[in-house]
Design a protein around this ligand. Structure first.
Ligand code: CTP
Length: 478
């Protein structure tokens, strides 16, 4: 049998082999085997068999483009606190931060790249000279294609290397090649933290512009040891990261928390069918984007829509009205709540756990029950009622009259009324004509004031509404 040595192939062929292997997640040797099998047994034989020796990876090797989300490269160092870095991935993702992980060789003694990759939803990078890492991102992209680098846990050794500018593995090469802010969460034994060498390194790193969080004092992993050296808790690190990524805004709604609902809800009939409506979610998403631009801290609770997350907005996706209410209540307290969602009024009481089959006995009877009214529930809360509660009134006839009675019935402060009759083209369209109904002052003769705006794009409506809110709320009390 003929033998073949990959090393002796010409450079161009070797390079394209490496690239093919990296794309398939195989070693170069396995890729050659695959090519030979393909040549002798045909492509079907190869496609039917799983890649041998392929490293199991999370379902995607590269996360989809994350528009608008701040990005963190999390470097996990080799210490017992590495397990807390896994929780940190979750805490960052909860805050709408995209996380990409890198692990040192020592970190892999404590937690696996597979776990970190699965939590981050993108493979975890470990090797400077690994063809797949270089193909997927490359250490220069890992260093620059991010908004912040977090080192957690940062061991004494890793900080010493950083202070010295060493770059003998992927983590240190990224740290040397980056031009992004770096946040370090040290974790080590109290004697190591107190050692003059560590103090020198910390001082050097601080001079170089590196930010620190912790360490905290407390019990150590070693029996009977306590003192300063425990890594900060994942939530503390996530809050510090968020403050670096989203510095306080200066817009007219800076310091205000706003909650917005948007889109339709889907109410299940059975596991494959649901009741829905034609809402696109565009108006609610535009309001969220405008509120974020005005400096507010925005949570958008969205039903199923085909829209990208607005930049700088925390987006929570839900399906049904009941899920939406639960998430709205969980997001309280807020200063302002805007209910732009087209919540289904009814759900199916007898939704099937299995797909409902056609039978000769005719159509299945669907019993409908009323969904909770989210706007009314929040407006009538005794505790944690937002200072300003705004509802929408989607009407097809008697617009102002119906909207006025909705304002009173639901107990909100303002209603944005719009005509959603098919002729208006509002549902799913890009333009909107709205009337803002506000409760008049008690002493005023009129109890509801109506402000009618001209036809505008949904973005213009959003900007005008946010401007009116800012004017009404004034400056937050510090
Ligand atoms: N709304 C809600 N929860 C519901 C129904 C509606 O929070 N279960 C909110 C909507 O987000 C909107 C306002 O109530 O801000 C009015 O919604 P709309 O569909 O116009 O009114 P309904 O109360 O559903 O009344 P109707 O369908 O009879 O017009």
């Amino acid at each position: 049998m003929a033998s073949l040595t990959v090393r002796k192939l010409d450079e161009a062929l070797k390079a394209s082999l490496r690239l093919r292997a990296a794309r398939a997640g195989r070693s170069v040797e396995d890729e050659v085997r695959m090519i030979l099998r393909e040549a002798t047994e045909g492509p079907e034989a190869v496609s039917a068999s799983p890649a041998r020796n392929a490293i199991p990876q999370p379902h995607r090797s590269r996360a989809p483009e994350v528009k608008g989300l701040p990005r963190v490269t999390l470097i996990i160092g080799g210490g017992i606190a590495a397990y807390k870095a896994l929780d940190l991935i979750r805490r960052l993702k909860e805050r709408g931060i995209h996380v990409r992980c890198v692990m040192t060789r020592a970190a892999q003694q404590f937690v696996t790249p597979l776990t970190a990759g699965a939590l981050a939803d993108e493979r975890c990078y470990t090797d400077l000279f690994d063809a797949q890492s270089e193909f997927d991102a490359g250490h220069i992209r890992l260093a620059r294609d991010t908004d912040l680098i977090i080192v957690a846990p940062a061991t004494a050794d890793l900080m010493a290397k950083m202070a010295q500018g060493q770059a003998d593995d992927l983590a240190t090469a990224i740290l040397l090649a980056t031009n992004r802010p770096v946040l370090v969460a040290p974790a080590m034994n109290p004697l190591m933290w107190a050692n003059p060498a560590t103090k020198r390194n910390v001082a050097q790193l601080a001079r170089d512009g590196v930010s620190f969080i912790g360490p905290n004092s407390g019990e150590m992993a070693e029996a009977n040891e306590a003192g300063v050296g425990r890594m900060s808790e994942p939530t503390e690190i996530a809050i510090a990261a968020e403050a670096m990524l989203r510095p306080p805004h200066t817009g007219p709604l800076a310091g205000r928390r706003i909650l917005i609902t948007a889109g339709p809800t889907h109410e299940p009939i059975d596991p494959v069918r649901y009741i829905a409506n034609r809402s696109s979610g565009k108006q609610g998403y535009a309001i969220a984007a405008s509120a974020a631009d005005a400096g507010a801290d925005v949570t958008l609770i969205s039903g199923p829509v085909d829209l990208d997350d607005p930049a700088g907005v925390r987006v929570i996706r839900v399906e049904s009205a009941r899920d939406m209410l639960a998430q709205v209540e969980a997001a309280l307290p807020v200063d302002i709540a805007i209910f732009a969602a087209a919540v289904a009024d009814w759900r199916v009481a007898n939704a099937g756990e299995q797909k409902i089959k056609k039978t000769s006995s005719g159509m299945p009877p669907l019993q409908l029950v009323e969904n909770p009214d989210i706007l009314a529930t929040i407006s009538k809360r005794q505790q944690n009622r937002p200072q300003l509660v705004i509802g929408f009134a989607a009407e097809t006839q008697n617009l102002i009259q119906n909207a006025t009675s909705k304002l009173k019935r639901k107990g909100c402060d303002w209603i944005v009324a719009n005509d959603v009759s098919p002729a208006s083209g509002v549902m799913g369209g890009d333009r909107n004509t709205v009337h803002i109904l506000t409760r008049g002052k008690a002493e005023a003769a009129v109890d509801v004031a109506v402000d009618s705006w001209p036809v505008m794009t949904k973005e213009e409506v959003a900007d005008a509404l946010i401007a009116k809110i800012a004017e009404t709320m004034g400056q937050p009390t510090p």
